[in-house]
Design a protein around this ligand. Sequence first.
Ligand code: PMV
Length: 311
Amino acid sequence: MAKQGGEGRGSGKVILLGEHAVVHGVPAIAVGLDRGAIAHARLLEGGPSELVIGGWSTKADDPSDLGLAFSSLLAKTETLAPVQVVAETALLASAGLGCSAALGVAITRALLDLRGEAKSADEVASLALAFEGPFHGTPSGIDTALAAQGGCLRFQRREEGPSIEVIALPSPLALAIGHTGRPASTRTMVEAVSALRAREPGLVDQAFRGTSALVDRAHRALISGDYRALGALLDEGQRLLSLLQVSTDEIETLCELARAHGALGAKLTGAGGGGCVIALVEGSPDPILEAWSRAGFSGFSTTISPSDEAR
Ligand code: PMV
């Protein structure tokens, strides 16, 4: 029976290594953020269903990307009765922090909760992919996996469903996250990499093989708590992402500033073309955040703690 109201949450994420390659079946490693999205759902007397995000309303029959995302999620979750969903997020949109996935997971959980259903994190992530389509085109699923589960995950897209492994961190992982100030469309960037692969398959496949090797080494570095080794791998990951032509001048500047102010390594995170960079921090993140601020970039710091595993 339907309840008075349903509530759901989803986490933001940053990809440590493997963005873009993960769309093409290469494994990637990402961590959940302690900021994300929350959604509340209630039944309406009549349709169409409505989604309100940050006070901005979209109807399910709206032909915008958001309207399409909402209507395809309603269909996927078999939500037949008209509903109003009110969602909020603390994540910057189009910044590589998994904002749409956090919203998709939060809304999915709120819709399920409204009818008294609870599903596993894997099932929620799979349903929430319906919300990602209009923004991502061909989402790998890594964002919704992290949004649903948090922690530190190794993720690999496969035909029969993703392979997801929880990585237990032996000690806290501290990151500074800097924003280029430019939003970027994930769908456009993913399409650009696919187009580059069609033109230069040798170059792109070599970058993907290199990424796969980096992900294996990063997995070992994370398990053993060797964050200095991990930092060098992030720098190498950034070099491979530049080869894929998804880096920008602002991204390179943010990474260089971070390295010059004590970061163990730095790279773009997410689709690139703008969005955010991550810097692996040893000690205080303040010198990096201050250097970014002096150069006109905003940023924040976060710590992924071992207790965040497999929430
Ligand atoms: O949505 P973003 O910008 O966090 O990027 C997600 C990572 C990509 O590998 C570029 C796309 C995907 O679906 O995995």
